[in-house]
Design a protein around this ligand. Structure first.
Ligand code: C2E
Ligand code: CA
Ligand code: CA
Length: 713
């Protein structure tokens, strides 16, 4: 009976209560109560309602509920239509409105949860509507925050590639998200209900560790966890994952549910590997870089110190790499470097150490070469020879096969030999490499203490060179250039330095220094001015007036922005005939800015100045630039002439150069002719200008002038 309406009605009037008691009660209950009349206007509000509604209650007394004067909000924040007002609803439908959330507009919306029900008169007509409400603003805010954070979570999950899953430890049921299967390359439906899928996909090596981890996790009091393992992808490879999540526990603290997400670590692992690689390996060739080499070397040095075994450090530098890089393009340059790395790998033992120091510099370290220094040196020499041979094989880079030779410097270490630090060892090998370059390239040199002394001398020389320019300590020598008929055609100007203590220093010992220090520009200007003065002087001597003078010009000089103007100014100042001035450039000029070099040559050519390509055949001459540049002649390098006529290779090169010169209508000068056989061979092949000790050694200009001009006098 308790739950029936009748007993409720009876219970609504406690024995002996008067209506005043109800009013008192109404004012004390912690809920708002408002009674509306049949016209929907408020007729009564208890104390709590007055507090909650404030001035609004007066509006409610004055205006009908559906007038819209008190605009209410729906739970979702939108405006509540006037006819949906709970009071109007009750009046219209006669039914109770339960637990409706409405918002009261204001500076900040306040939320009420309302119940509204009809009160009937004796005839059963609705004569009043009672509305009870409590404030639920805080609850509503909490709910909104929750919704927002859920939304955020949902969006975050959507945006992330993490794969959620959920495991009930008790039932063994596992829910795998779509992403979980995605990560392993399976369609979503695959093994959806397979409770052990995560175990069957796990790498067998990871299983024992993960099992132990899970067991201790369930037993421990931890509420979160993170563990790494590998899961097999559908295509067979293993995906490294980081699994993170939480553990839900029952009242006894036993883990009942573990849920979390798996993050694919493939990219992170790859990045980790790449970072290590970038730090210690050369990206282009995959060889260890300088940093790793230095680390390894210090270990190798201290080991050889302990066990008394010798080792060798070989410093390898490619000859003319820059020229090739600039003429064939950087892609070809990169390809060459990769090829060199491959050949080095293929030549040395797997236990030897390889590195690329940068640019075209490579290092090979041979250790454990035994305790006999002689045997170790012998062994290093053998490996060096193999390296020279492997690297000198032609490369299929551009259209034609090209040859790139190395120069190798070797420094021995171990048992008191040589260097006592990594730094010093590298410097010694570097010095030996420079010696190899200076001695004709494509060769190998061992470091010896003389080199150290020579290097120190060089440094000293550079200082002296600077002073010498100011003190006019240079002299010009002339070497005759002769036609096939034996008549003198001209001369090449060769520079000498009369050093205060060293005597006459040949250009090979100071031109390089002048170039690296920038002194070549003033030095070259001096040579040019003196040569032009000679040409002007000779114009007045019948036997000399038709002679040409060839002046060597370094790439650095041509690169100087003032070069063209300086040459023209010198010609004008001295009155030398421009068409008798030959400027000798080497192929290294073409490693510079080709357009700029070309423009400068054309500008001078317009004034009659001639250009000669020196040391032809040693660099990477491409037909393309030979055609483009306004050259007058090619000089066959003396390294080819030296091997004539016996050596077939040299003969073939000379033939090729002469054929090329004919095609391009260039004159050819052969230099370095020392024997009659060489001369005869060259003349027979059609070479028309000859230079070399056979025809005349370089002599001081005054002497040259006196001897050839004297016949006239
Ligand atoms: P280069 O231009 O190739 O000069 C020819 C070199 O070969 C000269 O050496 C000359 O003395 C030498 N030579 C000539 N005939 C023979 C021969 O029959 N047999 C042998 N074994 N050698 C011969 P030099 O005078 O020592 O000059 C060496 C290099 O120095 C020159 O090579 C040139 O590149 C450079 N050089 C000389 N003078 C100047 C200069 O004024 N300015 C610049 N930038 N470089 C110069
Ligand atoms: Ca020359
Ligand atoms: Ca030459």
């Amino acid at each position: 009976m308790m739950g029936s309406e009748r007993s409720d009605e009876q219970a609504s009037a406690p024995p002996g209560w008067r209506s005043r008691d109800f009013k008192v009660l109404l004012d004390h209950i912690p809920a708002g109560v408002v009674i509306h009349g049949a016209d929907s206007r408020a007729v009564y509000a208890n104390r709590c309602a007055q507090r909650l509604l404030g001035p609004i209650i007066d509006l409610m007394r004055t205006y009908p509920a559906d007038s819209g004067v008190v605009p209410l909000l729906r739970a979702d924040g939108s405006a509540l239509p006037a006819d949906a007002n709970p009071v109007s609803c009750v009046l219209r439908t006669g039914r109770t409105v339960h637990d409706t959330v409405v918002g009261l507009p204001g500076d900040s919306v306040r939320w009420l949860i309302c119940n509204a029900y009809p009160l009937h008169d004796a005839e059963g007509r609705i004569h009043e509507v009672a509305v009870c409400f409590t404030e639920c603003t805080d609850l509503k805010r909490t709910e909104e925050t929750l919704l927002r954070s859920e939304e955020r979570l949902r969006l975050a999950m959507q945006g992330s590639t993490d794969a959620p899953w959920d495991w009930s430890v008790d039932t063994g049921l596992v829910h795998y998200s779509e992403r979980w299967w995605d990560m392993l390359g399976f369609p979503h439906s695959h093994g959806e209900r397979d409770p052990v899928a995560w175990r069957t996909q796990m790498h067998p090596e990871d299983m024992p560790r993960v099992d132990a981890f899970v067991a201790s996790l369930v037993a421990s009091g931890e509420s979160t966890y993170s563990v790494e393992f590998r899961l097999r992808h559908r295509d067979g490879h293993y995906v490294p994952v980081l699994s993170r999540g939480f553990v839900q526990r029952d009242r006894n603290g036993k883990g009942v549910r573990i849920a979390g997400t798996n993050t694919d670590l493939t990219a992170a692992k790859e990045a980790e590997r790449r970072i290590h690689e970038l730090a210690y390996f050369d990206y282009l060739t995959g060889l260890p870089n300088r940093r790793l080499l230095i680390d390894e070397l210090s270990r190798i040095l201290s080991r050889s110190d302990r066990n008394g075994e010798y080792g060798a450090l070989m410093f390898i530098d490619l000859d003319n790499f820059k020229l090739l890089n600039d003429t064939l393009g950087h892609d070809a340059g990169d390809a060459l470097l990769r090829e060199v790395a491959k050949r080095l790998r293929g030549t040395v033992r797997a236990s030897d150490h390889l590195a690329r120091l940068g640019g075209d510099e490579f290092v090979v370290v041979l250790d454990d070469l035994g305790t006999s220094e002689r045997d170790a040196i012998h062994e290093a020499r053998l490996v060096g020879a193999k390296l020279l041979e492997a690297l000198a094989q032609p490369h299929a880079l551009g259209a034609r096969p090209s040859i790139s030779t190395p120069s190798i410097g070797v420094a021995m270490f171990g048992a008191g030999a040589g260097a006592d630090s990594v730094d010093q060892l590298l410097r010694q090998a570097d010095l030996a490499m420079y010696r190899a370059k200076a001695e004709g390239r494509n060769t190998l040199r061992f470091f010896d203490p003389d080199m150290q002394a020579a290097a120190e001398r060089q440094a000293e020389l550079e200082g002296d060179l600077h002073d010498a320019i100011g003190q006019h300590r240079f002299e010009l020598y002339c070497q005759p250039q002769v036609g096939v008929d034996g008549r003198l055609a001209g001369a090449e100007v060769l520079l000498r330095w009369r050093h205060a203590t060293r005597g006459l220093v040949p250009p090979d010992e100071f031109i390089g220094l002048a170039e690296t220090s920038g002194l070549i520009v003033p030095l070259g200007a001096m040579v040019l001015a003196e040569s032009c003065r000679a040409l002007a002087r000779w114009a007045g001597t019948p036997l000399l007036r038709e002679l040409t003078l060839a002046v060597n010009v370094s790439a650095q000089q041509l690169r100087d922005p003032g070069f063209v103007d300086a040459v023209l100014a010198t010609l004008a100042a001295t009155g030398a005939p421009p068409q008798q001035l030959f400027l000798e450039l080497t192929e290294s000029v073409f490693a510079e800015d080709l357009d700029a070099a070309c423009a400068k040559m054309h500008a001078l050519r317009l004034h009659g100045v001639c250009f000669s390509l020196d040391d032809f055949g040693t660099g990477y001459s491409s037909l393309a630039y030979l055609k483009r540049f306004p050259l007058t002649e090619l000089k066959i390098d003396r390294s080819f002439v030296k091997d004539l006529p016996g050596e077939a290779h040299a003969g073939a090169i000379v033939d090729a150069i002469l054929a090329l010169a004919r095609t391009l209508q260039l004159d050819v000068v052969a230099e370095g002719i020392e024997t009659g056989e060489q001369r005869d061979f060259l003349v027979a092949r059609g070479c028309r200008l000859l230079q070399g000790y056979l025809l005349g050694k370089p002599r001081p200009m005054a002497e040259f002038e006196a001897s050839f001009g004297a016949a006239d006098a």
